[in-house]
Design a protein around this ligand. Structure first.
Ligand SMILES: *Cc1c(COP(=O)(O)O)cnc(C)c1O
Length: 369
């Protein structure tokens, strides 16, 4: 079976966890501090704050930006639900803006029409592993005095003009969930270059406790701490990220070569200045293709090949958001693309033969029609 994703846990991770377990310090301690330092160094940001998952990272980052009840935050409907929910957790209002068909990220052309006097921040997503159109969005943000919070859950290591993900906003969030490009099982990280924002993140992750004085609580906070057990895995995963990234890129290049010139299939496009980390290698099966998306999914499954649809329904069409007044037709690109996307296995455990066999199956299906 070729799975759509697979975490890579090797002896280094296992030994590091055993060492922490023997140490007697298993909650947040020195390993978390070591992981944060290594993470910030990798992203080339001043600070990194580790938390227990990516959703908590987004919530913490929005708190740091002072998102309060009534504030509007603009994000995309074509993303995982965890991008939008933390806005609601802070009492804010989710305002959707459609994506661009080219990079599947927030469309700068449509952003300005969503801004109102209540808009406080923009929350773009680096979907599938490439950084959103930062310069265009930043220009609009500056013009309207808005903050940016980058959802980099899928883009660790990605670059835009030599800067790494984690730098494309006042604050950024990462996820270390099992399917992400590096993983601690569950985990999350916030990066920032702003000392005050870093301090607010640390306060929020630990019950709003003062940094100076233990058992002195300044604001509402949560228990969002990461354990040293998870951080020990993270430290080892970070050492391997360049190897993982290289294999994902090689796999993507093989797909690009093998799948071009199949009628009605759109391959991923990499925006100028970007390096893509292929958290997902996502193709589109348009109505011009000889087979439907479901036919391809079933055919791959019959041949023991997993695939995934990220995401089958844009957020605004789920009851949770449609009850706020959103309806079908509001975000046509997200709606169209959600019917067409299909992600193929691209993770670093796959051999070149595995990729060749996925390509072969897709070409065979196209020829048979
Ligand atoms: C994975 C993911 C998250 C949430 O991360 P968790 O660690 O699962 O809480 C948020 N946004 C995006 C785009 C993601 O892919």
């Amino acid at each position: 079976m070729i799975n759509i994703s697979q975490p890579i846990i090797e002896d280094e991770e296992i030994n590091a966890v055993v060492e922490v377990l023997h140490s007697g310090m298993i909650a947040q301690g020195s390993k978390v501090a070591e992981f944060e330092k290594a993470f910030a160094k990798y992203c080339n940001t001043k600070y990194a704050v580790a938390v227990n998952n990516g959703t908590a990272a987004i919530h913490t980052a929005l708190y740091a930006l002072d998102i309060k009840p009534g504030d509007e935050v603009i994000t995309v409907p074509f993303t995982f639900v965890a991008t939008a929910n933390p806005i609601l957790m802070q009492g804010g209002k989710v305002v959707f803006c459609d994506i661009s068909e080219k990079d599947y990220c927030i469309d700068p052309e449509q952003l300005e029409s969503k801004i109102t006097p209540k808009t406080k921040a923009i929350l773009p997503v680096d979907l599938y592993g490439q950084i959103y159109n930062y310069e265009a969005i930043k220009q609009i943000a500056d013009k309207h005095d808005l903050k940016i919070m980058e959802d980099a859950a899928q883009s660790i290591g990605a670059k835009r003009n030599s800067m790494r993900a984690g730098n494309f906003g006042e604050v950024a969030s990462f996820s270390l969930y099992a399917t992400k490009n590096i993983s601690t099982g569950e985990g999350g990280v916030i990066t920032t270059n702003d000392e005050n924002l870093m301090k607010r993140c640390k306060l929020f992750r630990h019950h709003g406790q003062s940094e100076e004085k233990k058992y002195e609580y300044l604001e509402l906070g949560y228990n969002y701490r990461m354990t040293d057990i998870a951080a020990a895995i993270g430290v080892e995963q970070l050492k391997k990220i360049d190897r993982f990234m290289k294999i994902r890129n090689t796999n993507a290049t093989l797909y690009n070569k093998g799948l071009k010139e199949i009628d009605g299939i759109i391959l991923p496009s990499v925006s100028s200045g970007n390096t893509h980390v292929y958290h997902q290698y996502t193709i589109r099966i348009t109505p011009n293709a000889r087979f439907s998306r479901n036919e391809l999914i079933d055919y791959l499954k019959e041949n023991d090949i997993g695939s995934g649809v990220y995401y089958p329904k844009p957020l605004h069409l789920h009851h949770h958001f449609s009850k706020m007044g959103y309806k079908k037709g509001d975000f046509p690109i997200s709606e169209k693309v959600s019917q067409q996307v299909l992600s193929l296995p691209v993770h670093p455990s796959l051999s070149e033969d595995d990729i060749a066999s996925v390509i072969d199956k897709i070409r065979t299906l196209a020829r048979s029609k």
